[in-house]
Design a protein around this ligand. Structure first.
Ligand SMILES: NC(=O)c1ccc[n+]([C@@H]2O[C@H](COP(=O)([O-])OP(=O)(O)OC[C@H]3O[C@@H](n4cnc5c(N)ncnc54)[C@H](OP(=O)(O)O)[C@@H]3O)[C@@H](O)[C@H]2O)c1
Length: 336
């Protein structure tokens, strides 16, 4: 297993902002999350062990959302941060999904919902500000002017430093338009994007990444390992061969366990053999090497998985290997 203290994650510029992010960010979606069987996927103790491991490897960028684990993710991060120098960490959270049954205003990015939720979120994290606040999804019921003015108010109040937009494929143009409005009014624009992107999910390789480059936006991909598909534990014939909380979920199987994706995995295995690394490490290294990507958000259910994944930062791929992996998916998205 990797020696965490030897990994020493580097800092990279967070798009057009003035701050830097760790080259691998850490995602906490699974903290306090209940499985279909009613078990908690990652409990508090494990959550703190994972954060310890990430910090030991030099990691300083933690991604959460106010709905993760019904607020437990933020609360556990806050408890963990209380014993540390908060200033050394960059914390990103998100607002969007409905939090009260029967209350449509508790969903989306209307002014009432955002202003109501930001203080609760900061309280759980035990901090006066988040470094990045994402809209978790675009809300077609809130006008872009209302959204950008409300978000700018949070920046003015010092509760938020930078603004992010999560997912938004295929509607990348909405971010560009919102940024135009913000700039023309002297308000804070979006600086960071968080799309799904990995070797087998390549939808953003068109207008979305072009827009990101044009706007100088950071791109921080989620599900960089295709929720575990790109780790070598799924077999073309036998399905899952290792441990996973997704086990036989039909949604996961339909999305990932396809012939086309296993063909991509064959190339991943070949490159992994060449560089003496695991498929998960090469899948992450491909993203790190990919033009237009700022820093993937690494997820893990166990400390062992996290150690394996963070060691991806030490892997060097040749241009030829990056190209082969890029081309393995084929189709219209192979070139940026
Ligand atoms: N903005 C959004 O809408 C959005 C959506 C999703 C995620 N995110 C963010 O992105 C982060 C990462 O997303 P993700 O969890 O989907 O990432 P991922 O890296 O694609 O999947 C992580 C999962 O894969 C499995 N895994 C990871 N490393 C492994 C290894 N070395 N060996 C074997 N299995 C391994 C684990 O699940 P099992 O062991 O259970 O198989 C782990 O929970 C989240 O925590 C969250 O912060 C954001």
């Amino acid at each position: 297993m990797a020696d965490l203290s030897e990994i020493d994650l580097e800092f990279v510029q967070l798009g057009g902002t003035g701050i830097q992010t760790s080259e691998l960010q850490f995602g906490t979606w699974r903290f306090g999350k209940e499985t279909e069987e009613g078990n908690v996927e990652i409990g508090e103790q494990r959550a703190h062990q994972l954060l310890d491991a990430y910090a030991e490897a030099g990691g300083r960028y933690i991604d959460t959302a106010d709905v993760y684990g019904g607020g437990e993710s933020e609360r556990w991060i806050g408890d963990w941060l209380a014993d540390r120098d908060r200033e050394r960490y960059t914390i990103a959270s998100k607002i969007f999904w409905q939090i009260r049954d029967g209350d449509p205003n508790s969903r989306g990015t209307n002014r009432k919902n955002i202003r109501n939720r930001i203080d609760a979120l900061l309280d759980r994290l035990g901090t006066d500000y988040v470094d990045v606040l994402y809209i978790h999804r675009w809300d077609d019921q809130t006008d872009a002017r209302e959204l950008m003015k409300t978000l700018d108010g949070l920046v003015e109040d010092g509760k938020v430093h930078y603004l992010g937009a999560s997912t938004l494929r295929p509607d990348a143009w909405k971010v560009a338009r919102a940024n135009e409005i913000a700039r023309s009014e002297g308000w804070e624009p979006f600086s960071v994007l968080q799309p799904r992107y990995n070797l087998v999910d390549r939808e953003i390789e068109g207008d979305y990444l072009k827009m990101a480059r044009h706007e100088d936006l950071a791109v921080c991909p989620w599900s960089p390992l295709g929720q575990g598909f790109l780790t070598g534990k799924y077999d073309r014939e036998d399905g899952l061969t290792g441990e996973s909380r997704v086990a036989e979920s039909s949604r996961f199987a339909d999305a990932y366990l396809t012939e086309e994706n296993f063909d991509v995995h064959d190339e991943l295995d070949a490159v992994a053999d060449e560089v003496d690394a695991s498929p998960a490490q090469v899948a992450l290294a491909w993203l790190v090497h990919r033009d237009g990507v700022t820093a993937p958000i690494v997820g893990a259910r166990t400390v062992e998985q996290l150690e394996e994944n963070l060691a991806a930062a030490t892997i060097d791929l040749s241009d030829e290997q990056v190209d082969r992996l890029t081309q393995s998916k084929g189709g219209p998205y192979a070139h940026l």
